[in-house]
Design a protein around this ligand. Structure first.
Ligand SMILES: Cc1ncc(COP(=O)(O)O)c(C=O)c1O
Ligand SMILES: [Zn+2]
Length: 420
């Protein structure tokens, strides 16, 4: 038995068989449910996976639908109107590795997605499941990237969208959401205020699918595809260490779940991996709980340049702590100066312009190496989950914009005598 949102329809969601409560294990049929009626714990999608080979997957499309049998989506999803996210590059980061004294470092560069963040993955899965469940509108509260992804995916599928964001969001994220059409609402408040409003709206509008609220169990599954791709792109191997940014914590929890599923399906050798979490100091409730040895996460009021990660009351916080402790990883946070410095380090060593979340991840990688928490010799993957072009303001004050010179050789050599 579960809390229901009243949307009609019998979902056909591939190999997904039902929902189970993460806290008490109570099971329920597939449907528009997100909280356990017994204990209000979050619900998790369960599957009956078929026998699946690497060749089956490799024969699939070059997007997340190559993993459709491992997701709660209809079997014909690859033929539908979707943004086709995923299959982003896994880049060998020798320049950054040399700078940090590491041996084998990779960057999973999710800025290559259709709206330039990993959110296209989760939204594509949420939209597919929501459509099957009879929802009519795609909606979300967002710290920015999710807003882009929902507005774009809805536009492509010909579905109405309603997107709510904190009014102080970076201007590029506001423009790159508005451009897709749909209803776009800026709210005077923090993300956590926006999230509360979204929950109330979900109660009022039973045919609106708030991707990260009332269809969250399906939405969150989309982040498993990061783990699937990382392992496949490494030649069907799980890396020793992975560093993941944390806002709600869903991405980190699902990267671990993805590696677990690949292992239990025999698609990778059963080797151990360690999961590390990254937060900005100005919004570090999970990092603080980890440092204090707590199991509960005390909410904070965010104040950081890393607005995409500014969730003060992270829904998956306790589960992040579980994953990180179980796998022998660590969680740390870095301040805003370090975030900006790390964005520049990533850009200068790898030619990758990450958004502030990427800066947080690289900053925490650097910090944990210095502290000896991360093994510099072990194969490591870090996730760059978004694009620096959406958070230009964060670095605008830190880069030199030169005054122009006259278009003459003389002016050039006068200004730049030692260049080259
Ligand atoms: C660029 C970027 N990276 C990482 C995250 C963290 O995602 P999660 O809420 O799954 O922890 C977000 C969340 O908004 C994001 O926008
Ligand atoms: Zn329960």
């Amino acid at each position: 038995m579960t809390v229901q949102t009243d949307a009609p329809g019998v979902p056909r969601l591939g190999n997904a068989t039902g929902l189970s409560c993460r806290e008490c294990g109570n099971t329920s049929p597939l449907g528009p449910y997100y909280a356990c009626e017994m204990c209000f714990g979050p619900l998790e999608v369960c599957y009956d996976f078929p026998r699946l080979t690497r060749a089956d997957i490799e024969a699939g499309p070059h997007n997340i639908w190559r993993y459709a049998p491992l997701l709660p989506v209809p079997a014909d999803i690859a033929d539908r109107q979707t943004t086709q996210p995923g299959y982003t590059k896994l880049i060998r980061a020798d320049g950054l590795a040399a700078e940090l004294g590491m041996r084998r470092l990779w960057i999973k560069d999710d800025s290559g997605n259709p709206t330039h963040s990993f959110k296209d993955r989760v939204v594509a899965v949420a939209l597919a499941a929501a459509t099957e469940m009879g929802f009519k509108v795609l909606a979300c509260p967002s710290t920015g990237n999710l807003a882009n992804a929902v507005a774009a995916a809805a536009a492509r599928a010909g579905v109405r969208s309603v997107v709510l964001v904190p009014a102080d969001l970076e201007l590029p994220k506001i423009i790159t959401t508005s451009v897709y059409g749909g209803t776009f609402i800026t709210v005077d408040g923090t993300y956590d205020d926006v999230n509360r409003l979204a929950s109330e709206l979900a109660g009022e509008h039973p045919d609106w699918a708030f991707v990260n609220v009332n269809v969250r169990p399906y939405y969150a599954e989309g982040s498993k595809t990061l783990a699937f791709e990382i392992a496949e792109q490494l030649g069907w191997r799980v890396p020793d260490q992975v560093v993941v940014p944390i806002a709600s914590g869903a991405q980190l929890v699902k990267v671990d779940k993805g590696f677990t599923e690949l292992t239990s399906l025999g698609l990778v050798e059963p080797t151990p991996w360690r999961v590390f979490g990254a937060q900005a100091t100005g919004c570090s409730p999970v990092s603080a709980a980890f440092a204090a040895g707590h199991d509960v996460v005390r909410p904070v009021r965010p104040d950081t340049v890393a607005k995409s990660l500014a969730i003060g009351n992270p829904a998956d916080g306790p589960y992040v702590l579980d994953v990180v402790r179980r796998t022998g990883g660590w969680i740390a946070d870095v301040d805003d100066d370090e975030v900006v410095d790390s964005i520049r380090l990533l850009a200068a060593t790898e030619g990758i312009f990450g958004e502030t979340a990427g800066g947080v991840t690289v900053g925490v990688l650097r910090k944990l190496l210095k502290e000896g928490r991360l093994d510099p010799d072990a194969e490591t993957v870090i996730i760059n989950s978004g694009d620096g072009l959406k958070t230009l303001d964060a670095v605008a004050g830190a880069v030199d914009v030169p005054d122009p010179i006259r278009p003459t050789l003389e002016a050039f050599t006068q200004r730049y005598p030692a260049v080259g």
